[in-house]
Write a protein that binds this ligand. Sequence first.
Ligand SMILES: [Zn+2]
Length: 203
Amino acid sequence: MVDPYEKLLREAYSNITETSGDEGRFSVPEPKVYIEGKTTVLENFAEIASTLRREQDHLMKYLLGELGTAGKIDGNRAIFNGKFERAVIDSAVRNYTEDYVICSECGKPDTRLIKDGRVLTLRCDACGGHRPVKKRRARTEPVGSRIEEGSIMDVDIQSVSRRGDGVARIGKYTMYVAGAKPGQTVKVKVTRVAGSIVFTERL
Ligand SMILES: [Zn+2]
């Protein structure tokens, strides 16, 4: 005979597993990022691609473009040349999700990418909506252009560093702006360039 308390427990657990099914809010796994030598490893790359239901190659190509670097898929991981903060990878994944996964009509991720002639279209299985995949807005500076110390520029802040500084990605560069917040466009003077890291003074 089954202990009534145990029976109650079992029922409670089976209810929990039932309700945490399809109704759960769509969430992209947090990128697990670490630096390995001169590269940055995105440990759960495959998991992110499969959650987004997109081809690994497609996601990878986008991330490389966003980061302005080279890299490769290595099993379940993605490896990028250069050192990138978790926040930078995170914002690249978010941009991809917004551009290539989320339906702008209903906000659901149940979408497919369809080539319509030369136009890439995002079609939603949930609401039937569709839209052309939007082109990323132009970068402040073209990828590959050099950033010189002393130059003055307007930059779009995309994310926040662990220390709380605003972060802007410009081509291969990661720029830090003290006190700036994501979404802001700020005027800065470049005070120091160390490899791909750019330090600034806000004007
Ligand atoms: Zn939709």
